[in-house]
Write a protein that binds this ligand. Structure first.
Ligand SMILES: C[S@@+](CC[C@H](N)C(=O)[O-])C[C@H]1O[C@@H](n2cnc3c(N)ncnc32)[C@H](O)[C@@H]1O
Length: 219
């Protein structure tokens, strides 16, 4: 969606996000965070961290950095970290996901929840997330993707035209994620509510083919 629209829309969402969209998606968020595993000191980047609903759920033995474009959403995340005293959160920075200010291969895990259908130029954001992941590192995503059939497909199509007002694209195609070069699909499954969200666990590989290439080995 338009970057200016995203800024305005999320300034409006920030004070009510946790009680609305944040609450509806909390089960999916919990399921995705359970996939963030690794030893002491594992470096995690959450892109589009929003109000930081995931931050208290992320393992305390990891070192977590969160970034988001919206100053208002980030302010909520900072308040949460102070209020809950979360020592594993190393920094929260205002940043455009299209241009992550980190060196190549900086993180063991990248987490992106309910954001890839929000950002402008999602293909570029996907490439950035792969770039900052270490080879063998994992990208863990939860998102709503366009359904091909059923009542949810109908609903997604009807709400798609309101993307700039509601703050996300309800008919976002999963191929944008799976076509990204340098990723291998480890897991894909439906998440609550009512299978609306999809969990994806992807591994950074040096394979030149994207995750949805049938020639790629499955995890
Ligand atoms: C639907 S919210 C999801 C927040 C959080 N991940 C969660 O699960 O609750 C989408 C987030 O993406 C952020 N966002 C939109 N465009 C962005 C961009 N270009 N770079 C970084 N974050 C962006 C918004 O500010 C918002 O906080």
């Amino acid at each position: 969606m338009d970057p200016r629209a995203a800024t305005t829309v999320y300034a409006r969402w920030a004070p009510i996000y946790d009680q609305t969209f944040g609450a509806i998606t909390q089960a999916a968020r919990r399921a995705a965070v359970r996939k963030v595993t690794g030893p002491e000191g594992t470096r995690v980047l959450e892109v589009g961290v929003g109000t930081g609903l995931s931050l208290p759920l992320l393992p305390r033995h990891m070192k977590v950095t969160g970034v988001d474009y919206s100053a208002e959403m980030l302010a909520q995340a900072r308040r949460r970290v102070d209020r809950m005293n979360l020592p594993h959160i190393e920094s929260l920075r205002q940043m455009d996901a299209r241009e992550l200010g980190f060196a190549d291969a900086s993180f063991d895990r990248v987490v992106a929840m309910h954001m890839i259908s929000v950002v402008p130029e999602p293909e570029r954001v996907m490439r950035e997330m792969v770039r900052v992941l270490k080879p063998g590192g994992q990208l863990i995503m939860s998102n709503h993707f366009a359904k091909k059939q059923g009542p949810l497909a109908h609903l997604s199509k009807r709400t798609a035209k309101f993307a700039d007002r509601i703050g996300w694209h309800s008919d976002f195609d999963i191929s944008v994620v799976l076509d990204t070069p340098g990723l291998r699909l480890l897991e894909r499954r439906a998440l609550p509510p009512v299978g609306m969200m999809t969990l994806l666990v992807l591994e950074r590989s040096d394979a030149p083919t994207p995750a949805n290439d049938p020639a790629q080995p499955r995890g």
